[in-house]
Ligand binder design. Structure first.
Ligand SMILES: NC(=O)c1ccc[n+]([C@@H]2O[C@H](COP(=O)([O-])OP(=O)(O)OC[C@H]3O[C@@H](n4cnc5c(N)ncnc54)[C@H](OP(=O)(O)O)[C@@H]3O)[C@@H](O)[C@H]2O)c1
Length: 313
């Protein structure tokens, strides 16, 4: 008898099984947006990692550019200390000076060194930046898959048209496009309106939802009187924070009727109900534990519809 873990899902059409909620690690080493080192330390990060794994999260998202490699380095060290199988997804940044297929392989080798791995489970192109066309990067991806350095290929921030192009190019080499990682949250619904989410479902591509808490806004802890710090405070301020108060109120209300779930847990669960895999960032054990608590239950259709309506306002 096959026992299906209700908290796991296959990544796209691959045989890679991931938890329905992942762990985003942009803040692990980043000082520009996330103030790494101020308010959270490597010990906090280690605890966030351990607590996530102990609560059923086995899917970690990183990138070569996060903290200029620090995120990958931290993960490499953390992986050495455990015996559990963790699915690691990293990303290649197609900087405009990276002009050849070989630059992807070189960047991958450097990522593998920092991660202390022989191969990575998922390798994603971070952005569809010009001038190198999508098909060239997908050929480069197919090469590193065939060489055993990468198990599955993903893209990130790709529009529907770009995703189709990537899918078709990989198909020529019999490799499925496993995932498209895009910004998606109650405050960023464009994957629904653009049709991207539906296309992912039709093609069997996992939509990985980044910034699923809108960089912390949907946790309910930020308000016009208590704006987020740093760069986030400049991006989300004034009226924007006033406008989300009602939505955060509804998240709180639904959470209470669900036995005391937090706004963050309800916001993440909404993304599960939409059939996506959210990857919330966590800086410490408390955040990691709370976010993993969005697993194991699901909002009703009525609750999803209520949140849909309120978030559209
Ligand atoms: N592909 C891309 O271009 C791209 C872009 C962005 C992100 N990502 C990926 O997506 C991941 C998640 O996105 P994100 O980090 O931008 O935003 P997010 O997950 O929406 O928010 C994360 C931040 O919210 C706060 N937080 C998280 N859980 C909390 C909780 N339970 N209670 C209270 N506060 C909590 C923390 O910051 P504070 O405590 O400081 O508020 C945390 O750093 C990233 O780590 C990265 O892996 C990818």
């Amino acid at each position: 008898m096959i026992v299906k873990n209700i908290n796991s899902v296959s990544l796209g059409t691959t045989n890679i099984s991931i938890s329905k909620i992942g762990l985003g690690t942009w803040a692990w080493g980043d000082t520009t947006v996330w103030s790494y080192g101020k308010g959270y330390t490597d010990d906090d990060i280690q605890e966030a990692f351990t607590v996530s794994i102990n609560n059923g999260v086995n899917f970690l998202d990183t990138a070569e550019i996060y903290g200029r490699g620090t995120s990958e380095k931290l993960i490499g060290n953390l992986l050495k200390a455990i015996n559990t199988d963790i699915v690691i997804a990293s990303k290649f940044m197609p900087f405009p000076w990276r002009l050849t297929k070989g630059s992807l392989r070189k960047a991958l080798i450097r990522s593998l060194k920092r991660l202390q791995l022989e191969s990575v489970d998922v390798y994603q192109t971070h952005w569809p930046f010009p001038p190198v066309p999508v098909r060239t990067w997908m050929d480069a991806m197919a090469d590193v898959v065939e060489d055993g350095l990468v198990r599955a290929v993903g893209v990130s921030n790709y529009s529907k048209a770009q995703m189709f192009r990537a899918y078709d190019q990989l198909a020529k080499r019999n490799i499925p496009l496993a995932s498209n990682q895009v910004e998606y949250s109650l405050l960023k619904r464009s994957p629904e309106t653009s049709g991207l989410l539906n296309s992912c479902k039709e093609l069997g591509i996992t939509l990985i939802a980044y910034s699923p808490l809108t960089m912390g806004l949907l946790t309910g802890k930020y308000s016009p009187d208590n704006p987020p710090p740093g760069i986030r405070g400049r991006r989300y301020r004034g009226n924007k924070l006033v406008r989300i108060e009602k939505l955060n109120g509804l998240l709180r209300e639904i959470g209470q009727t669900r036995g005391g779930k937090s706004p963050a847990q309800v916001a993440l669960n909404w993304l599960l109900a939409k059939g996506t895999v959210p990857i919330p960032g966590a800086k410490n054990a408390e955040q990691a534990k709370q976010n993993a608590g969005a697993l194991g239950w699901i909002l009703s259709d009525e609750e999803v519809a209520l949140l849909d309506r309120e978030s559209q306002k």
